[in-house]
Design a protein around this ligand. Sequence first.
Ligand SMILES: [Zn+2]
Length: 349
Amino acid sequence: MRATVIHGARDVRIEEVPDPVIQHPTDAVVRVVAACVCGSDLWRYRGIEDVPEPVRMGHEYVGVVEEIGAQVTTLQVGDFVIAPFYVCDSTCENCRNGVSTSCLHGGWWGSHDGTGSSADGGQGERVRAPLADGTLVVVPGQPSDELIPHLLTLSDVMGTGHHAALQGGVREGSTVAVVGDGAVGLCAVLAAKRLGASRVVAMSRHETRQELARRLGATDVVPERGDEGVARLKEMFGGIGPDVVLECVGTKESMDQALRSARPGGQVGFVGVPAGGPELPVRTMFDTNVGVRGGVASVRNYIEELLPEVLDGRLQPGVVFDLELPLAEVAEAYAAMDERRATKVLLRP
Ligand SMILES: [Zn+2]
């Protein structure tokens, strides 16, 4: 079968690799229907993260179960499934505590799978899914083609935006600002609106993303950043700032923006993967009582809650995909995201 392999900076290739087979009785083999490129895939692509040897890529996919191991009980051949961006058993103490990203037996796509083997990446024709009962979520019936992009966001970006909103404590009537207009930031806008925020400010300078943010529920757009961005938000919300700020970038600047924009006693929910050394200013937090909570999103725990709303059309997060390419053109998919010609690219094998 064909799958995506990265060899080094700006060197992503489609290669012929061995077909996946059941290695453990808890495995399933899934035929990938759609996958996508994540902003975090660009770390290796840009050479920020080393690639000492060729690595299989992709951690977001949906597909159809083709084969199951002897101990798999919740899946059947032919089921349409959503894979979260990691492997988990959904039964250990951490999974049951809602932190399945810290699963005691879990692993990662394109890396160690938690059971002593290496898992396939999602940007390929097929994937061996370890701990299949715990990892994969069955979608009832066979979804229509139009639903596929929306379902695919439950692998990562929609769940991650939802995690930001939960960690920020968004509730009915909250005022919210979202730092970051990538796919996760846009999904955070939708998640905040879904939880009942009365105002949601998207901080964005890109016209097309501003428009998309409004479509997803943003009531306001603020293009300013830094001191000007802080001042603008304070001014918009009674001189003190919004209740909640969702940090969806992960840089020093974005975390600083979030912490200084929230009102005294407010809360920052952060899901931006830390890069470039963001740190918490404890003195500022002491002075303002601004709380901070967040981290890597345990999206597996959210799929069952969000899925019915995607299926009946209430939630349409798939609009964050603004480019669709065949898997064969995966190199162009990476380039388009790297050069910011696309927000998020959907790949079809
Ligand atoms: Zn677990």
